[in-house]
Design a protein around this ligand. Structure first.
Ligand SMILES: Nc1ncnc2c1ncn2[C@@H]1O[C@H](COP(=O)(O)OP(=O)(O)OP(=O)(O)O)[C@@H](O)[C@H]1O
Length: 331
């Protein structure tokens, strides 16, 4: 019976609702600024504004407003569910120490990254370890999570194989596009790596086969392409990445869709989940998808307001309200 559900259509409808509220990253930023100005001119604070933001919108707003890396002085915590796991989690202070493909390293430097961020220092060696390890990573917005998992995903691509090997699930169209743009920049000197977006507006025909190695998409569209159109084989994936697990579970239908995709993976597929927070529900979800994980977390510090202020954007009730959306997290 569940086979009859048109997941892509369902996801597209959810996306449309979000899109109507948040037309594009740029216009969202512009609208925020205009609203801020007009409310400030009226002597009103956004705290009084009746409009409510979803978790996805609040996360998107944070992303839009933040432009640089956020410093963290907090300690990294590493936990392991499986005490027999052979991996000794170490940390690196340079990208060279990761022994990356030279063209990938060139891409990292081209992005202006000189050294790994705090979370990257520990997460990257674990993400790149052999045999591959499953990981759950938590750290706050702007600490370099996206760059870390993109580097790991790109490192795992075998360019001699022309089929999808790495799948990154994003909770929304906007996040998928942003992730793809960062991946394309990092892979700038690796032209053999090809990226395909599985998001609204992208279509495939039944009977065709995807040749791109990296797929970045929203769960409904991915499910449709993999199971209904069968344009790629989930069993052949070597990496399954779940981005923004907290937003994923807060978005209707995504949790089920992720689980359905996950069920089709090969047991040897490396699975990773990244998120700003993991409350109990989110952690339960992550643990279903990520067996025997190494859990790497960076304790929350003084969140975004200071950092956003450093970017020269005024703290407003709008931002404060977005921060208030955060649910109590396990770490
Ligand atoms: N090692 C690094 N050195 C310098 N800048 C970095 C580094 N890693 C990431 N950045 C930059 O810092 C910013 C935040 O990084 P990134 O988007 O990876 O963080 P994030 O934790 O995923 O944030 P969010 O949760 O909001 O998506 C980006 O502008 C990114 O280009």
């Amino acid at each position: 019976m569940s086979q009859k559900i048109d997941w892509a259509k369902f996801a597209d409808e959810q996306e449309k609702v979000l899109h109507q509220k948040v037309p594009t990253l740029e216009s969202f930023n512009m609208i925020s600024q205009i609203n801020i100005q007009s409310n400030e001119a009226n002597g009103k604070d956004f705290e009084d504004a009746p409009e409510q933001f979803s978790v996805a919108e609040a996360t998107l707003l944070r992303k839009v407003l933040r432009k640089g890396l956020m410093d963290s002085k907090n300690d990294i915590k590493v936990q392991r569910d499986n005490p027999n796991s052979p991996l000794r989690v170490c940390s690196v202070k340079t990208f060279e120490a990761l022994h990356l493909n030279p063209n990938l390293l060139k891409g990292v430097y081209d992005m202006g990254f000189n050294a790994p961020s705090k979370i990257q220092e520990t997460a990257l060696p674990a993400l790149l370890a052999n045999p591959p390890q499953n990981l759950i990573v938590q750290s706050q917005s702007g600490t370099g999570k996206t760059a870390a998992f993109i580097l790991a995903m790109l490192s795992r691509v075998d360019v001699s194989k022309k089929y999808p090997q790495v799948l990154c699930l994003s909770p929304t169209y906007e996040v998928a596009i942003e992730t793809g743009e960062v991946a394309a920049h990092m892979a700038k000197f690796c032209p053999e790596i090809e990226i395909k977006y599985a998001v609204r507006g992208e279509e495939v025909s039944r009977g065709s086969r995807l040749t791109e190695q990296l797929i970045i998409g929203t769960p409904g569209k991915v499910l449709d392409w993999a199971l209904k159109f069968q344009v790629f084989d989930l069993k052949k994936l070597t990496v399954f990445m779940l981005d923004e697990a907290d937003v994923m579970i807060a978005t209707s239908g995504h949790q089920d869709q992720c689980i359905r995709i996950h069920k089709k993976l090969s047991p040897s597929c490396q699975v990773m989940s990244f998120s700003i927070t993991y409350d109990l529900k989110c952690m339960e979800f992550a643990e279903v998808l990520v067996p025997d994980p190494i859990i790497i977390s960076l304790k929350k510090g003084e969140e975004s307001l200071d950092n956003i202020q450093r970017q020269g954007i005024p703290p407003t009730g709008l931002l404060k309200r977005c921060q208030k959306k955060a649910t109590p997290s396990l770490f």
